[in-house]
Write a protein that binds this ligand. Structure first.
Ligand code: CP3
Length: 350
């Protein structure tokens, strides 16, 4: 079985020869090869240059020997074609200079220039022709809520006060903003699928900031529409968020083929609560990568024990690799996933 078929089959809950594995943020600052490219180019320059973006994507997937590669890009790239400037400030994350706060700000956002994002599709084509079907290829975009929160807050946030204020007090502007985002994201995902992406992951990284009621009333409908539209392109969808334990049953209602689990929820408990009605991806705590090898191995095998060899588990972290992570520990996790033998491991672990 090739990496691509192992990965895509697991997304569809079909039997596989072993659990597929890849990592959130597998290409990034913890890797010397990325740092070397980053020395000469900004993050956005790398994203916009298909030769560089594809090289970074391929190097990371080959170095780790994973079953899937995720295209090197960023969640915020679609902002530019919608008319919002942003930059990444060293060590501080993204900054949007003129955040979206009013009805007029929402009305000004454009949805007719998605073709300007074609550099991502070009990078995907290059990765696809490099790997053929040896390695699965993941395209991605942000989810409407998480992108709206960056637009409105102007960057990362702790309490999402501006986002929730607009959501509560200007519901029609909120609706219009999410619909505009979904329009752009649908076309962006279509470009990526056409270029060769096997699967699309939708990152709703900050959905966990929402109560169950707010997620259901203000976010679920437009997200469901987007998930179904992306599936209609002919690819499985992975829908991922952090601190989502209480939201998982609603996230399931989007119809996503796979839900990404953060590491706070035991995988067996989360999957049972989902009635095993979708595949799951996750969910090792990314900071476990700082542990010594025997503990790391035990934790990797415990995640696999919790998945209990059911069809439809993709091994991953519960969130992205952090910059200080030792790369050899990430490689060790791939080895630990490969060597896992269900019947030998269940009794020996505390
Ligand atoms: O290998 C991969 O995972 C592909 C690359 C990738 C990047 N961003 C490159 C990047 C992916 C999948 C993303 C998605 C992304 N971007 C998310 C969702 C993932 C998640 O963690 O939930 C989010 C929230 C963003 C927005 C974003 N981009 C933030 C908050 C930051 C700053 C955080 C930090 O670590 O500094 C970025 C910058 C960014 N995007 C980097 C990389 C490799 C690091 C900055 C750099 O190289 O200068």
């Amino acid at each position: 079985m090739t990496g691509a078929s192992r990965f895509v089959r697991a997304c569809l809950r079909q039997p596989v020869d072993r659990t597929p594995v890849w990592f959130l943020r597998q290409a990034g600052r913890y890797m010397a090869e990325y740092q070397a490219v980053r020395k000469h180019h900004s993050l956005v320059e790398i994203c916009k240059d298909p030769a560089l973006a594809s090289e970074v994507t391929i190097t990371a997937a080959e170095k780790l020997d994973v079953d899937a590669a995720i295209i090197f890009a960023d969640l915020l790239l679609p902002f530019e074609c919608m008319g919002l400037d942003f930059e990444f400030q060293a060590g501080e994350g993204p900054v949007i200079h003129a955040p979206v706060r009013t009805v007029a700000d929402v009305a000004r956002l454009r949805t007719d220039r998605v073709s300007e994002l074609s550099y991502v599709a070009h990078a995907i084509s290059r990765v696809a022709s490099h790997f053929r079907d040896r390695v699965g290829l993941i395209g991605f975009c942000g989810a409407p809520f998480t992108l709206a929160s960056y637009m409105i807050e102007g960057g990362g946030s702790r309490n999402y006060i501006h986002t929730k204020t607009l959501m509560y007090r200007k519901p029609s502007a909120w609706q219009s903003l999410l619909e505009k985002l979904a329009t752009v994201l649908r076309e962006y995902a279509a470009q990526q699928v056409q270029a060769g992406a096997d699967v699309i992951q939708i990152f709703d990284s900050w959905a966990g900031a929402l109560s169950v009621e707010d997620y259901r009333d203000f976010v679920l409908p437009v997200t469901t529409t987007l998930v179904r539209e992306v599936q209609a392109l002919g690819v499985p969808v992975i829908y991922f968020g952090v601190e989502t334990a209480s939201l998982l049953p609603l996230m399931r209602q989007t119809g996503a083929d796979v839900l990404g689990l953060d590491w706070r929820t035991p995988l067996d408990k989360a999957w049972r609560e989902l009635d095993y009605a979708c595949a799951v991806q996750g969910n090792l705590d990314p900071i476990t990568l700082f542990a010594q090898p025997d503990l790391l191995r035990r934790r990797v095998h415990q995640v696999l024990d919790r998945a209990a060899s059911r069809h439809g588990h993709i091994f991953n972290l519960g969130h992205g690799i952090v910059p200080e992570t030792p790369v050899e520990n990430v490689q060790a996790v791939v080895k630990f996933v490969r060597e896992y033998k269900p019947q030998l491991n269940t009794e020996t672990r505390p």
